[in-house]
Ligand binder design. Structure first.
Ligand code: PLP
Length: 395
C-alpha cells in the first residue's frame, strides 16, 4: 500500500471497503450483536475460521476502524480502544501483572493513575516502585529498582501536571536491557507530536478523552503495540473484564482524530506564545512548559517531540491563595478539569486532579500546592493572554 505522511494518515488511514453505500464517513455500527447466516456460520466465526462479527464486546466494525487508525498514527501493529484512559491504564497493568509482581513508574502521573498504582494494585499485592523526578534521567537509579519480579516500566511524558519530560530512549534502553516492556502514556503529546514506539517503547496508551477526541464530548482510551501484546491484553483482560469503547464514542473519536494535526499545531503554537508571556509576567513565579529553554526537559522534548504541546503549568507569586484568585477571575478560560479540548481549561491540581496524592507524595512528585494547570485551547492566543492578564491583576 502507498505510504503517506502522518498528516495524511490522520485524515485517511483506515480501510472502509466493507461499506457498499460508498459513504465518505464510515457508518456507525450501533449494535450489540450480529446476525449469523446459519448455525455453522456462527460456529465458524466463534472458532475464528471465518471473518465476521459476533458481539460488540468482542469486536465491532466502528471500533475496529478506530483501532486501525490509532495503530497507524502511533506506528504500531495493532491497537485496542477502551472505555476510558483509566481503563486503558488498568487493562495494561492487570494483563501484565500478577500478585507478588512489581513495576517501575515515574512518580508524576495523572492522579487517577497514581491511585490505581499506589492503592488498588497494592491491594492486589502488586508493588508500584516510583522513581522521583530527580532520578528520571538516571539509568542507574531506575535499574536499582528492578528485580526478578519486575514486569514493566511505565512513563508518562510530558507528565501531568508538571510537564516533566522523560527521555523515552533512555527508559527504553533500560527496559530492553532487562527484557521488560516500556509502557508510555502519550496523552499530553498525542500521536501527532510524539510516537514513543519509534523511540523504543513497546506499549503506548492514551486518554482518548483528550486530544484524540479533541472536543470534550466523550470519555475513552486507547492502547497500541505489537499484535502479540495487544491480543494478550485483549484476550486476558479487555474481553472478559469488559472495559470496551462504545461504537458511538469510537465514531466520535474517529471524527475528532481527523483534525488532530491542525489542532496540535495551533495548541502548540499558542501554548508557546502564552508560556513565554507568562514567564515574563511580574506576578508569575514559575512556568512549566517543555518548549521554554528554562524547562529542565527542554532538550529532551526537542529531541523526541515535533512541537511542545498545548499544556502549561505555572505558579503565581503569593502561592495557593493568589492562584485561586486567578482561577476565580478568568472569564474566557473555563475552570474545569480535563484537557485537549477546543476551549481553554484551567484547574488546580493539588485540590482537583491530584488531590488523591498526600501532601508528602505531591512534594516528592514535584507538584506544588500553588501550581495551576492550563490546557490551551483553540481560541486566539491574544484573547487567552488578555484573560490571564486581567485575572492576574486580582492575584
Ligand atoms: C495523562 C493522563 N492519563 C490518563 C488519564 C485518564 O483518562 P480518562 O479520564 O479518560 O479515564 C488522564 C486523565 O486526565 C490523563 O491526564
Amino acid at each position: 500500500m502507498k505510504k503517506f505522511s502522518k498528516d495524511t494518515d490522520i485524515v485517511h488511514g483506515i480501510h472502509t471497503t466493507y461499506s457498499t453505500s460508498m459513504d465518505l464517513v464510515p457508518p456507525l455500527h450501533l449494535t450489540s450483536t450480529f446476525k449469523f447466516k446459519n448455525a455453522e456460520h456462527g460456529a465458524e466465526i466463534f472458532a475464528g475460521t471465518t471473518e465476521g462479527y459476533a458481539y460488540t464486546r468482542v469486536a465491532n466494525p466502528t471500533v475496529d476502524l478506530l483501532q486501525e487508525k490509532i495503530a497507524k498514527i502511533e506506528g504500531a501493529e495493532d491497537a485496542i480502544a477502551t472505555s476510558s484512559g483509566m481503563s486503558a491504564v488498568a487493562s495494561v497493568s492487570l494483563a501484565l501483572l500478577k500478585p507478588g509482581d512489581n513495576f517501575i513508574s515515574c512518580s508524576t502521573v495523572y492522579g487517577g493513575t497514581f491511585v490505581l498504582f499506589s492503592k488498588h494494585l497494592k491491594d492486589l499485592h502488586i508493588e508500584a516502585r516510583f522513581i522521583s523526578p530527580g532520578d528520571y534521567a538516571s539509568a542507574q537509579q531506575i535499574e536499582a529498582a528492578i528485580d526478578g519480579k519486575t514486569r514493566f516500566l511505565y512513563a508518562e511524558t510530558p507528565a501531568n501536571p508538571t510537564l516533566d519530560v522523560i527521555d523515552i530512549a533512555l527508559w527504553a534502553s533500560v527496559a530492553k536491557k532487562h527484557h521488560l516492556p516500556l509502557v508510555v502514556d502519550n496523552t499530553f503529546a498525542s500521536p501527532y507530536l510524539q510516537n514513543p514506539i519509534s523511540i523504543g517503547a513497546d506499549i503506548v496508551l492514551h486518554s482518548a478523552t483528550k486530544y484524540l477526541g479533541g472536543h470534550g464530548d466523550i470519555i475513552g482510551g486507547v492502547i497500541a503495540g505489537s499484535k502479540k501484546m495487544m491480543s494478550h491484553i485483549k484476550e486476558e483482560y479487555v474481553r472478559h473484564y469488559g472495559p470496551i469503547m462504545s461504537p458511538f464514542n469510537a465514531w466520535l473519536v474517529l471524527r475528532g482524530v481527523k483534525t488532530l494535526a491542525v489542532r496540535m499545531e495551533k495548541h502548540s503554537d499558542s501554548a508557546l506564545t502564552i508560556a513565554q508571556w507568562l514567564e515574563a509576567h511580574p506576578k508569575v513565579a514559575k512556568v512549566f512548559y517543555p518548549g521554554l529553554p528554562s524547562h529542565a526537559g527542554y532538550a529532551i522534548a526537542k529531541k523526541q517531540m515535533k512541537k511542545f504541546g498545548g499544556m502549561i503549568a505555572f505558579e503565581v507569586k503569593g502561592g495557593t491563595d493568589a492562584g485561586k484568585k486567578v482561577m476565580n477571575h478568568v472569564e474566557l478560560c473555563i475552570l474545569a478539569v480535563s484537557l485537549g479540548d477546543c476551549e481553554s481549561l484551567i484547574q488546580h491540581p493539588a485540590s482537583m486532579t491530584h488531590a488523591a496524592y498526600s501532601p508528602e507524595e505531591r512534594k516528592k512528585a514535584g507538584i506544588s500546592d500553588g501550581l495551576i494547570r492550563l490546557s490551551v485551547g483553540l481560541e486566539h492566543p491574544d484573547d487567552i493572554i488578555a484573560d490571564l492578564e486581567n485575572a492576574l491583576t486580582f492575584a
